[in-house]
Design a protein around this ligand. Structure first.
Ligand SMILES: *Cc1c(COP(=O)(O)O)cnc(C)c1O
Length: 360
């Protein structure tokens, strides 16, 4: 008799699941770029208003993401151009999945740089696309000639550029990304998951460049728990995407929370500003520690090259701090770790371990 599991696609059976770290009690969690605190913490009145908003959410009704008012709230908060059409996703992860599905014709190619967000390549495999990964330079800058050559050689249907990049934190040069968008005939997704922490954005161009889709998320600015991402681009492409997105992919509680958050964006912005200041302070302190190298970051995390990533990971763990070990994920990430920028107290705890480990 054939085992039921043998009917599952062989390529999926050969995959390993995305590992979500399980965090012991009392640990400082700095592995996934989450915000250190609840976005409305410390403001009792705001908290009460939000709870009232949630209490009024229509739990008995299917959500209507298009008519929820969130799209307009996002336009207002982030000055998304009128020319752009917006799609909402259950996290930008879901949008990556459906944009990939949209272009996954037989024989089509996805192109991304490496190392970058692992979900791009994963989705290419999931939907049977060819995948071309172009290595970054050793300092994690874009190897533009190599990228342009690869685009001309493979004519990708879909290009993903994380701007700033994850897991490196480096933001590529704007002119280089413009050259990629200009050269590619297919759709170029500029993934601005960390856009709020960066000096630059392609959001103002959304809707006016035919092959550009700008993708963002509220996950890294305090709302990883509500799973809301959005993409903005020209109607021609976004109309096609709308055909395949599940009609009820968002939930009423998340929609209500996100709308509420956009109305109180000054509060969220204040949190972003604190994290940016903390990042700059950390980079300064890190530059004084001899045996490690911190890469420049425009995100809410810092990538470090250290003498031994595994030992640092274990040492942090003993200090009840969970960080991300990048070593082993890509040759360019040898002996690298990635640490989320947290609260001032959490960052002090990280710096104390680093100083103790590497100042000799
Ligand atoms: C975190 C991250 C995402 C996923 O964000 P969600 O909206 O939480 O799904 C997408 N792209 C990059 C580059 C990220 O780092």
């Amino acid at each position: 008799m054939t085992a039921p599991v043998s009917f599952v696609r062989d390529d999926i059976r050969a995959m390993t699941a995305y590992h979500v770290a399980d965090v012991p009690e009392g640990f400082i969690k700095l592995d996934a770029m989450e915000s250190p605190c609840h976005p409305f913490a410390g403001d009792a009145s705001l908290m009460a208003q939000w709870q009232e908003t949630l209490a009024q959410a229509a739990l008995n009704l299917y959500p209507n993401p298009a008519a929820s008012g969130l799209q307009q709230a996002l336009r207002d908060a982030f000055q998304i151009p009128d020319a752009a059409q917006i799609a909402l996703g259950n996290g930008s992860d879901e949008l990556i999945q459906f944009i990939t599905l949209l272009t996954a014709k037989a024989g089509a190619t996805m192109l991304a740089v490496e190392p970058s967000f692992v979900m791009y390549k994963h989705n290419a495999a999931l939907f049977g696309m060819n995948y071309v990964g172009v290595p970054l330079n050793e300092d994690f800058t874009l190897n533009l000639p190599a990228v342009l050559t690869a685009i001309e050689t493979h004519n990708p249907a879909l290009v993903f550029i994380a701007y700033p990049n994850n897991p490196t934190g480096v933001c590529f040069k704007r002119e280089e990304v413009e050259a990629v968008i200009r050269t590619a005939k297919g759709i170029v997704v500029v993934d601005e998951a960390y856009g709020a922490f960066s000096h630059d954005s392609f959001l103002p161009q959304a809707g006016s460049i035919a092959n550009l889709v700008v993708m963002r998320t509220v996950s890294k600015i305090g709302f990883a728990g509500i799973r809301i991402g959005y993409a903005a681009g020209c109607a021609k492409i976004m109309n096609e995407l709308a055909k395949i997105l599940p009609p009820y992919n968002m939930n009423q509680l998340s929609l209500a929370t996100a709308k509420f958050a956009m109305r109180h964006f000054d509060r969220i912005n204040a949190n972003i500003l604190i994290l940016k200041q903390e990042r700059e302070q950390m980079l300064k302190e890190l530059s004084a520690i001899g045996r490690l190298k911190a890469y420049p970051s425009e995100a809410n995390f810092i990538t470090l090259h250290v003498p031994d990533a595994q030992i640092l990971f274990e040492t942090m763990k003993q200090a009840k701090i969970l960080i991300k070990k990048l070593h082993g994920a890509h040759p360019l990430l040898e002996q690298c770790v990635r640490i989320t920028v947290g609260s001032p107290e959490q960052n002090d705890a990280v710096l104390a371990v680093l100083r103790r480990t590497y100042s000799s």
